[in-house]
Design a protein. Structure first.
Length: 291
């Protein structure tokens, strides 16, 4: 059994689900959608990109709705070709944080290759501090495009979680799981980064449902089927809501999927469906309370 869930009082067969909004703050359409998804209760929590253009609006939403469970979507990359953001902690090219155009790297691979570890730590810390200074009750940290959970940065990431007394998005990492993710070549790097970490004392995720940024005719049914298949343990289901419009279409070619996420998770019926399935629906604030 997941030892952290046991510590929280859950039983071995309990199905515990986090429904998590990724990419709050990256544009107005995402903020407007996130507000409605959190209000509906179908989204239990989310995380904000602090160095993105619409962060201040996201922070305002959080301050006006302190019940919302929101963390920091730690970011070393920016995937969009014409909609870019940069680092907060340094504009010095020698840090490796920025590319030749002065923005964050387009890909995780480029970020891992170029960003220096001390610069990554300073940037992650700055993003957390800016969120706190903006009035957000930061409940957790997680990763944009997986960059900060790469073995190169994983120990820094976990040390920051411990320093700020907040949970970190962390898969239940085993060699078998790494092999299943086709990342077994990095297994030794993960094991080295996790050396000395008491994984029984921190929340770890038994299952992560990542592949939701897809175009489907009926995404509400898609999510209900995923919910039906939730297994005992702690599952983190992430999604990317944003309201359709010219802004979103100009930024991301995933606009249809993001709007479908908004429509699915702004519907209170999805929250009712989760509850009717007997699933324990929580956010990261509950995990933080048991650290």
């Amino acid at each position: 059994m997941n030892t952290f869930l046991e510590k929280m009082g859950y039983a071995e067969q309990d199905r515990v689900l986090i429904t998590h909004i990724d990419d709050m703050g990256f544009c107005h359409a995402a903020n407007a959608a996130s507000l409605m998804c959190l209000r509906s209760g179908a989204a239990s929590c989310g995380s904000v990109i602090v160095n993105s253009p619409w962060f201040l609006e996201a922070a305002k939403i959080c301050k006006e709705n302190p019940q919302f469970d929101v963390g920091v979507h730690l970011t070393l990359t920016c995937e969009y070709p014409t909609f870019r953001w940069s680092a907060l902690s340094s504009r010095d090219p020698s840090s490796g944080l920025i590319d030749a155009e002065g923005y964050m790297w387009h890909t995780r691979e480029d970020a891992v290759r170029n960003v220096k570890e001390d610069a990554a730590e300073a940037e992650m810390r700055e993003q957390i501090d800016r969120a706190l200074a903006a009035g957000i009750d930061v409940t957790h940290i997680d990763t944009h495009m997986g960059s900060v959970v790469h073995p190169k940065f994983l120990r820094i990431y976990l040390n920051l979680a411990r320093e700020y007394c907040i949970p970190a998005f962390l898969p239940n990492i085993t060699l078998d799981r790494l092999a299943a993710l086709r990342e077994n070549e990095m297994a030794n790097g993960y094991l080295e980064a996790l050396e000395g970490v008491d994984l029984d004392s921190v929340p770890t995720l038994d299952e992560i449902i990542i592949d939701t940024l897809v175009d489907l005719d009926d995404k509400k049914s898609f999510y209900r089927e995923l919910i039906d298949d939730i297994k005992p343990g702690l599952t983190h289901l992430l999604f990317h809501p944003a309201k359709d419009g010219e802004e979103l279409k100009a930024i991301a070619d995933t606009f249809a999927s993001r709007n479908a996420d908004y429509e699915a998770f702004s519907d209170p019926d999805l929250k009712a469906y989760i509850e009717a399935a007997g699933i324990k629906h929580i956010g990261y604030r509950e995990l933080r309370a048991h650290l």
